[in-house]
Design a protein around this ligand. Structure first.
Ligand code: FES
Length: 573
């Protein structure tokens, strides 16, 4: 049974509460005594991450501690791409051996290949060597070879030239999205997503990197979880389309630098301390089977290069698909997540920054926060005159919590209606605000079906304030570095699930985005996924991405002159 664990077992978030029978358990830790009240401990409430089970016991995982199914943003704005995946199939009619021509199967195969105008095969995987003899004899010496860059990756009896499939994967820290693509036509045949199973070890990248660093098998465990998640999606996509998984000839994986390193089994130590250097920032091809992923016996996974320690190949894929710079003077591209990557392209020059925006926008960190799932409040309207609050929920279900876009709307409404002041303090005398004499104030947004108040607390407002300041200061630094202002922008792209669902006007109201003409904003969905598909379908796109990657300049915010001043200014509402 999965348990939500935003802090990755550090004992700081208190979200992994379970109810247990007292026997056969470790005594409450110091951390638990800080996070849980005496009454909760008396009721048998414990933090799952801090409790050791010594024998038989019974554990109840309450609703609030269970991860909810989340709305996953899979589709992104796509461009049509002429297929040229680099992997191809060749149908060969191989002369059968005779007593007067008893040459070996492989020699005959290579001769037939060179007669067809191709080069002889390079190195051949041992599993494929074993398939050559049976494949040649099964369909009267007619075989189809799948070749990628001169290497044999699959051999099948008969003519299978129509079936060339590939899978593009966007490995995010929160979700994994995968797309099955017909590489003959470039058409996407199916898309699937799932939460990244690594979430059990922390919702943000920092928690996972510290898990990888602190446990002997931590990095391996995280790698295995990513492999399991991707493999599950690949098999499900193939099953849905009626395609055997070994017909997948090529895979492309994009992701942030930490995900890239963890999946490849690269050390993440250099990502945890300044100057945050990746181990490898070149494109890599790795055999799918070496990572334990499905596919044709010799199928490779292409990993486009990360841009910097905290700007990954997912951002590169997004820039590729967002028609960077075409006909625009100044384009700002923002991919909002627990780590937000921002690029500014001005006159053919692109500069990128990475901001630690944290999980506040994903809803999970707030008091009543939850992921975007049925029952989550996704829109909030506050009348600026009367301060009356209205909400709408996903699926029109009874409200059970607030997701990221709802919290953003709510804070924007609170700012506009004067419920929150410019410094981020909730005003005690505002309508709908409740507060005890000693406790911080909170706004009652609505009630659950059981009559419990769903609130946005002072701490929630502060979390949003820090997250929006991280993003806005990154934007301001980029504009300052180029000597432009918001009025010079003629394009603003918001990508990622949160960037797709938010109301950009709310984002401007709280100052997360600079005030721009709403008409220049495009919400493009999962642009990283769409970019991964382009990278899968076309070798030209791969070269284009490498070119974009080479030209991007990375700016480290913490060493930018006066960065703290930019951040302090961005904190104000
Ligand atoms: S307190 Fe247990 S996962 Fe955060």
């Amino acid at each position: 049974m999965e348990i939500t664990a935003p802090c990755g077992g550090q004992g700081s978030c208190g979200r992994c509460r379970v109810q247990v029978e007292a026997d056969s358990l470790s005594l409450p830790s110091e951390r638990e005594r800080e996070v849980l009240s005496d009454a909760e401990l008396d009721e048998g409430i414990r933090l799952a991450c801090h409790t050791t089970v010594d024998g038989r016991t019974r554990v109840f995982v309450p609703e609030m501690s269970r991860p909810r199914r989340q709305q996953l943003q899979l589709s992104g704005k796509t461009r049509s791409v002429v297929p040229n995946p680099g992997v191809r199939k060749v149908l060969l009619e191989v002369p059968a051996p005779t007593l007067s021509d008893p040459r070996a199967d492989l020699d005959r195969l290579n001769e037939a290949l060179t007669s067809a105008g191709a080069l002889p095969l390079g190195e051949i995987d041992s599993a494929l060597l074993g398939r050559i003899g049976p494949a040649l004899r099964q369909d009267d010496w007619s075989v189809t070879l799948s070749i990628d860059g001169g290497d044999l990756i699959q051999i099948e009896p008969g003519d299978t030239t129509e079936d060339i499939y590939g899978i593009a994967v966007d490995l995010g820290s929160t979700k994994i999205a995968a797309y099955l693509v017909d590489l003959n036509t470039g058409e996407t045949l199916g898309a699937r997503g799932k939460m990244n199973p690594q979430m059990a070890y922390g919702e943000d990248i920092a928690s996972r990197l510290s898990y990888a660093a602190e446990r002997a098998d931590g990095a391996h465990r995280l790698q295995q979880l990513a492999v399991d998640g991707i493999g599950e999606l690949m098999r499900a996509l193939c099953e849905e389309a009626g395609i055997p998984p070994d017909h997948v000839l090529k895979v492309v994986v994009v992701g942030n630098t930490a995900m890239h390193h963890l999946l490849l089994g690269l050390s993440t130590t250099s990502l945890t301390a300044a100057p945050f250097v990746p181990v490898a920032a070149t494109p890599l091809d790795v055999r799918a089977k070496d990572l334990g992923l499905p596919g044709a016996p010799g199928a490779t996974i292409y990993f486009p290069p990360p841009i910097a320690g905290f700007v990954g190949s997912d951002h590169l894929a997004m820039l590729l698909t967002s028609e960077l710079n075409r006909g625009r003077r100044a384009l700002l591209s923002i991919d909002i997540g627990t780590n937000t990557e921002i690029s500014l392209s001005v006159r053919g020059r692109t500069t990128a920054v990475s901001c630690a925006s944290g999980p506040a926008f994903e809803g999970a960190a707030a008091c009543w926060g939850m992921r975007a799932a049925p029952g989550a409040i996704e829109r909030v309207w506050i009348d600026p005159e009367t301060q009356a609050v209205r909400v709408s929920t996903i699926g029109d279900a009874e409200p059970i919590g607030i997701c990221g876009s709802g919290i953003l709307d709510c804070v924007a409404g609170m700012v506009e209606a004067g419920i929150v002041n410019a410094r981020g303090h909730i005003q005690r005398d505002a309508r709908g605000v409740r507060a005890t004499a000693e406790g911080p104030p909170e706004l009652v947004v609505t009630e659950t079906a059981e009559g419990e108040a769903i609130t946005v607390t002072q701490r929630d407002v502060e979390q949003i304030q820090l997250a929006k300041a991280a993003i806005r200061s990154g934007i301001e630094v980029l504009m300052d570095n180029e000597g432009i202002s918001a009025a010079d922008l003629d394009g603003l792209i918001l990508a990622g699930a949160f960037g797709t669902f938010i109301d950009p006007l709310s984002a401007m109201e709280i100052g997360m985005l600079p005030a721009v003409e709403p008409g220049i904003i495009s919400q493009v969905g999962n642009a990283a996924g769409a970019g991964a598909v382009e990278l899968l379908v076309s070798t030209e796109r791969r070269l284009e991405a490498l070119d974009i990657g080479r030209k991007i300049e990375y700016l480290e915010l913490t060493v930018y002159p006066d960065y703290s001043r930019f951040f302090a200014r961005a904190l104000r509402f």
